[in-house]
Design a protein around this ligand. Structure first.
Ligand SMILES: [Fe+2]
Length: 356
C-alpha cells in the first residue's frame, strides 16, 4: 500500500483489520481503545479537564474579573488544557464552520485530491495524510486539511476549498472572531502571571505577526480502534491551540500518570496551552501531552487552530519578570523554528534509545 493512501479510502474499503503501518506498538496501548468505550469509562470522581467560564472577564465588577483570571490561571498551571464556555464566538458561526468542514470532507476523495499538499517540497497547506517519517513507517488514522486563516493579508485563498461555496466566507468570519478570543485568553493568562494584560500578545508578535493555522482533522471509522491512533502522543508547539469538534469524543490527555479522555462539552471550545507559552511562562503554564483515539461507529472531525509566533523574528525565552535566582530560567532562548527542530531532534534521539 502506498504511504500516501488516504485513510478515508482505506476505511471505506470495509477492511476488517488495519494495515500494519497503523498498528501502534505495545508500549502505546495503555488506555487505547474505542473512544466511545473510553468516554463511558470516564469516572466522574476522577480527574477531568476543567471548564472555565469566560463570562466573568467581561464583567464591570473587578472582583468577578479577577475570579475569572484566577480560574484560568489554575487550569493553565494544573492541566494546561481547558474547555472554555461563553467564549464570545457566535453560535451560528460555530455551526457554519462545522457544516462547511463536513461538506468539504463529504466530497469524493478524488475531488479532495485536487487540493493535495506536497509535504516533501514544503507545501504543507492543503489536503493531506501523515507521511511515514521513519523506518518504522508508523501512520495515523486520519486525513486533514491545513491552511493559514489569520492575519487575512497573509492567507492564500487560492489554496482554500472552493466547495462548498460558503467555505471561505464562513472561515474568514470564524478566524476574525477566534482572533478576538485569542487576545482575551492571552490577556487573562498575562494577568495570571502578574504581568500587564497585553504582555503575552506582544511577545508573540501581536495582531500582525501571530499566525493562526487551521487543521481540520478527519478521522474515519476504524475497525480496530484498540490498535490505532488518530494522532500520536505529542505536546503542541503553538502558544495556544483552539479545538472545536463535531461532538464525537477522541482527545486524551496524559494527566497524573494516566490517559484521561476529554468530555464533549456543549457550546465550548477546548484550549491547549502550547510549548511557546510554557517557555514564556518559565514552566508555570503547562503544555500537556495528548493524543487522539478513533472509534468504530462514527467519523470524528475536529478543527484545531494553532496560534503561532513568527518562525524566526522572535526569540522565545522565559520572560525576565518571571526569572530570579530562586526561579532560574528553565528553557534556553530559541526561535520558534529552532524549537520545532529541537523537538524533532529530541524525538529522534528518543527513538534511537528505544530497545530494538
Ligand atoms: Fe495537539
Amino acid at each position: 500500500m502506498p504511504t500516501s493512501a488516504r485513510v478515508e479510502s482505506l476505511s471505506d474499503s470495509g477492511l476488517a483489520t488495519i494495515p500494519k503501518e497503523y498498528v501502534r506498538p505495545e508500549s502505546e496501548r495503555d488506555n487505547l481503545g474505542d473512544a466511545f468505550d473510553e468516554a463511558t469509562k470516564l469516572d466522574s470522581a476522577g480527574p477531568q479537564v476543567p471548564v472555565v467560564d469566560l463570562a466573568g472577564f467581561d464583567s464591570t465588577d473587578e472582583k468577578e474579573r479577577a475570579k475569572c483570571v484566577e480560574a484560568l490561571r489554575k487550569a493553565a498551571e494544573d492541566w494546561g488544557v481547558m474547555h472554555i464556555v461563553n467564549h464570545g464566538i457566535a453560535k451560528e458561526v460555530i455551526e457554519k464552520v462545522r457544516e462547511v468542514g463536513k461538506a468539504f470532507f463529504d466530497l469524493p476523495v478524488g475531488e479532495k485530491e485536487k487540493y493535495a499538499n506536497d509535504q516533501e517540497s514544503g507545501d504543507i497547506q492543503g489536503y493531506g495524510s501523515k507521511l511515514a517519517n521513519n523506518e518504522c513507517g508508523q501512520l495515523e488514522w486520519q486525513d486533514y486539511f491545513f491552511h493559514l486563516i489569520f492575519p487575512e493579508e497573509k492567507t492564500n485563498l487560492a489554496l482554500w476549498p472552493k466547495q462548498p461555496a460558503e467555505y471561505t466566507e464562513v472561515t474568514k468570519e470564524f478566524a476574525k472572531q477566534l482572533r478576538v478570543v485569542a487576545t482575551k485568553m492571552l490577556s487573562m493568562l498575562s494577568l495570571g502571571l502578574g504581568l500587564e494584560s497585553g504582555k503575552l500578545e506582544k511577545e508573540l508578535g501581536g495582531m500582525e505577526e501571530l499566525l493562526m493555522q487551521m487543521k481540520i482533522n478527519y478521522y474515519p471509522k476504524c475497525p480496530q480502534p484498540e490498535l490505532a491512533l488518530g494522532v500520536e502522543a505529542h505536546t503542541d508547539v503553538s502558544s495556544l491551540t483552539f479545538l472545536l469538534t463535531n461532538m464525537v469524543p477522541g482527545l486524551q490527555l496524559y494527566y497524573g500518570d494516566k490517559w484521561v479522555i476529554a468530555e464533549c462539552v456543549p457550546d465550548s471550545l477546548l484550549v491547549h496551552i502550547g510549548d511557546t507559552l510554557e517557555i514564556l511562562s518559565n514552566g508555570s503554564y503547562r503544555s500537556i501531552l495528548h493524543r487522539s483515539l478513533v472509534n468504530k461507529d462514527r467519523v470524528r472531525i475536529s478543527w484545531a487552530v494553532f496560534c503561532e509566533p513568527p518562525k524566526e523574528t522572535i526569540v522565545l525565552q522565559p520572560l525576565p519578570e518571571l526569572v530570579s535566582e530562586a526561579a532560574p530560567a528553565k528553557f534556553p532562548p530559541r526561535t520558534f523554528k529552532q524549537h520545532i527542530q529541537h523537538k524533532l531532534f529530541k524525538k529522534t534521539e528518543e527513538e534511537l534509545a528505544l530497545p530494538k
